[in-house]
Design a protein around this ligand. Structure first.
Ligand code: LLP
Length: 427
């Protein structure tokens, strides 16, 4: 459920017409709905309340400081994955004690910054990293806390590039090796290892992969406990899928909780989750205007002012994003944003950007209601990994981010200028 809805035939974000934002802010631009962020965060927090779970929003999915601020005010913690994300989360007023720090390649500098900030824990991904965190903590005369990220060898049934919980990905310590690693690093001088972590992939549309991973992990924690390792928390990770293609594509978090809570309730360790996409995905759209239409061979193209530098997911993962006019004719309203909606009139087109690559597209072979030059289109479910993965490729200034709250909106990140593009270059 989100707060992007058609009212009287035109798209609104909460109480604000999308067309008004586009007119005043220009296109392309990202538009976020605060109510949607909060709704999804609260839905997760409520679903896992029986576990008193800590929810650490994954900053990498959509990390504008303004968004982190209102999530922190709700009591949300953060999952960070670089020194930059740690800095950002702290700037937003996030409590270091509710931050966990993952990633296979933390540098000494980043590790020291994390320890000094007082983060809750590092998620440790390899033996060499464990040794290094212990060493870095010692070198600055401080203590670190960590969980070992375990690779449970579970197939999350998602895109190969975002599968992380299967063997032969670079993530975590193989589950078979886990007990040995806990044994080997028992009683380190400067690093206390007291938790376990998993993150199987993203987006995960089904429940079973989580059930499989959690079942394996609960058994592992039992074995570790028998051997005298005190496991204080289990961080289940993120990855809950969202509806890109229509209302029934992903399982709501309440269903995940129904399956997972019984497996985890009453355990003598704390539980954490690290959702990003579930909170941010449907809380953001990308607004873009039609620049031109053209035909190439048999193919029809709609050329818009947003490109793969603004939203990389279609190009990188062949990801589907629903693209629809902000003011469609009544017969083409498609309020549920269904992929299988049968359009009246219109055409099958590629919606492409201005970048000099054939891979620059937002939608391929897509049935689109009739559009013309100047029409405004919305690219839905772009809140997670949309702006976050945008770049300046082709020297395109990054687009602004707008946050709607009820009947008003604020620009929470300005459009970059041409001067910004060269600002760091020294001649
Ligand atoms: N925890 C860890 C350790 C992660 O690596 C990730 C995402 C998350 C949590 C949050 O996952 P989420 O709940 O947002 O699915 N760029 C890709 C997604 C990459 C996800 C990377 N890790 C995309 O656009 O689909």
């Amino acid at each position: 459920m989100d707060f992007f809805q058609y009212k009287n035939g035109e798209l609104f974000c909460e109480g604000v017409p999308a067309e008004k934002i586009a007119r005043e802010v220009g296109t392309a631009c990202y538009v976020y709905s605060k109510a949607t962020f909060l709704h999804h965060y609260r839905q997760i927090a409520d679903a896992f309340k029986p576990l008193s779970a800590t929810i650490c929003y994954s900053v990498k999915s959509c990390g504008n400081i303004n968004i982190l601020k209102f999530l922190a005010a709700e009591g949300c913690g953060f999952d960070v994955t670089s020194g930059g994300e740690l800095f950002r989360a702290l700037q937003a007023g996030g409590e270091a004690k509710k931050m966990i720090y993952a990633g296979v390649g933390k540098t000494d500098h980043e590790i020291a910054d994390g320890i000094r900030a007082g983060i809750a824990a590092f998620n440790l991904e390899s033996e060499e990293e464990i040794e290094n965190v212990d060493r870095v903590a010692g070198s600055i005369g401080m203590k670190a806390i960590g969980a070992i990220r375990i690779n449970p060898d579970v197939d999350p049934k998602t895109h190969a590039k975002t599968t992380t919980g299967k063997k032969e990905t670079k993530f975590g310590v193989d589950i078979e090796r886990a007990e040995r690693v806990f044994e080997q690093y028992r009683g380190l001088k400067n690093l206390r290892i007291a938790g376990v972590h998993t993150h199987i992939g993203s987006p995960v549309l089904e429940i079973q992969p989580y059930v499989d991973a959690v079942t394996k992990m609960v058994a592992l924690i039992d074995r570790l406990s028998e051997k005298g390792h005190k496991i204080e928390w289990y961080d289940v990770g993120g990855g809950f899928g969202v509806n890109y293609e229509g209302p029934q594509q992903a399982r709501p978090v309440t269903e995940h909780a129904k399956a997972l809570v019984p497996l985890l309730q009453g355990k003598p360790y704390k539980i954490a989750f690290e959702p990003g996409r579930y909170i941010a995905g449907n809380a953001g759209i990308l607004l873009t205007r039609v620049l031109y239409r053209k035909q190439g061979g048999e193919k029809k193209f709609v050329i818009v002012d947003a490109g793969m530098n603004d939203l990389l997911r279609p190009t990188l993962y062949e990801a589907y994003h629903h693209v629809w006019p902000v003011k469609p004719e009544a017969k083409n309203l498609n309020e549920d944003r269904r992929r299988d909606f049968v359009i009246q009139g219109g055409d099958t087109v590629d919606v492409v950007g201005p970048i000099c690559e054939s891979g620059d597209y937002l939608a391929k072979a897509r049935a689109l209601p009739p559009v013309k030059r100047g029409d405004l289109l919305a690219v839905f479910t772009a809140g997670a990994y949309g702006f976050a993965m945008s770049s300046n490729y082709n020297n395109r200034p990054r687009v602004p981010e707008v946050l709607v709250d009820g009947d008003s909106y604020k620009i929470i990140r300005k459009r970059e200028t041409l001067e910004d593009l060269v600002a760091l270059e020294r001649v």
